[in-house]
Design a protein around this ligand. Structure first.
Ligand code: FES
Length: 108
């Protein structure tokens, strides 16, 4: 199994154990992670699965694709470490991945 941890704006965390190859958004939605609405269900068209990749994981996760960057332009408070978690697949190399939920997203 692969572990992914979501860190909420108040500093609390929730870790999930998921099968390698699972899409991060699917894992978040199936486990009711607050702040990940995923309105377009992974079609890279809504930005409601926006996360900040923890600095220690940026290189392994890699950059957003061109279309992902276009959608992130619509995400409030996007930063260089922003990704859409529907575009991240949990490979074994990402075991232990840490993702921060943007503050504004928790209430929208
Ligand atoms: Fe809509 Fe990720 S779920 S962009």
């Amino acid at each position: 199994m692969t572990t992914v941890t979501f860190i909420f704006p108040d500093g609390t965390e929730k870790s999930l154990q998921v099968r390698p190859g699972t899409n991060v958004m699917d894992a978040a939605v199936s486990n009711d992670i607050e702040g990940i609405k995923a309105n377009c269900r992974g079609n890279c068209a809504c930005s409601t699965c926006h996360v900040y990749v923890d600095n220690e994981w940026l290189e392994l996760v890699g950059p957003a694709s061109g279309i992902e960057e276009d959608i992130l332009d619509f995400a409030p408070n996007a930063r260089p470490e922003s990704r859409l978690c529907c575009q991240i697949c949990l490979s074994p190399a990402l075991n232990g991945l840490r993702l921060h939920i943007p503050d504004w997203q928790r209430w929208n």
